[in-house]
Design a protein around this ligand. Structure first.
Ligand SMILES: [Zn+2]
Length: 135
């Protein structure tokens, strides 16, 4: 359970990470604070020698740093377990950000809005004629 802005909330996604030297049972938990809407990320790992659990978490730059640190160590994520039921579907997972591109389709300009994640997965959210998009 996370706590931010004096509010408890559950992570929406968990990455199960590979073991590294000296540490196992490694997880990266991600959630969104319901009060301030910030992303909250926490890395939890267990030291092999004595079973002591270490956790390190935060928001903003700290959260981004933890995601960047762990994204190449992901064994599987809680979302993979759901996505596994839908083969061939590579959906953006975890943190998503919006990317807008303007494309030319048969002389008509269209705005494509995509959700992109840190792994380069993208999902087309919508495509609208540019005139409509600007009003
Ligand atoms: Zn908060």
């Amino acid at each position: 359970m996370f706590n931010h802005c004096s509010q408890n909330f559950k992570p929406f996604e968990t990455w199960f990470l590979f073991n590294i030297k000296g540490f196992h049972d490694r997880k990266l938990l991600m959630g969104r604070c319901p009060i301030c809407k910030c992303f909250y990320v926490e890395l939890v790992e267990t030291r092999v020698t004595d079973g002591k659990i270490f956790s390190d978490g935060g928001i903003k730059e700290k959260a981004t740093k933890l995601v960047e640190l762990c994204k190449n160590q992901v064994d599987y994520s809680s979302l993979d377990l759901k996505v596994a039921k839908m083969p061939n579907k590579k959906m953006p997972r975890g943190f998503r950000y919006g990317v807008n591109t303007i494309v030319n389709v048969k002389g008509e300009k269209k705005l494509r809005q995509r959700a992109v994640d840190f792994f380069g997965n993208r999902e087309l959210i919508r495509e609208v004629p540019l005139k409509t998009a600007l009003v």
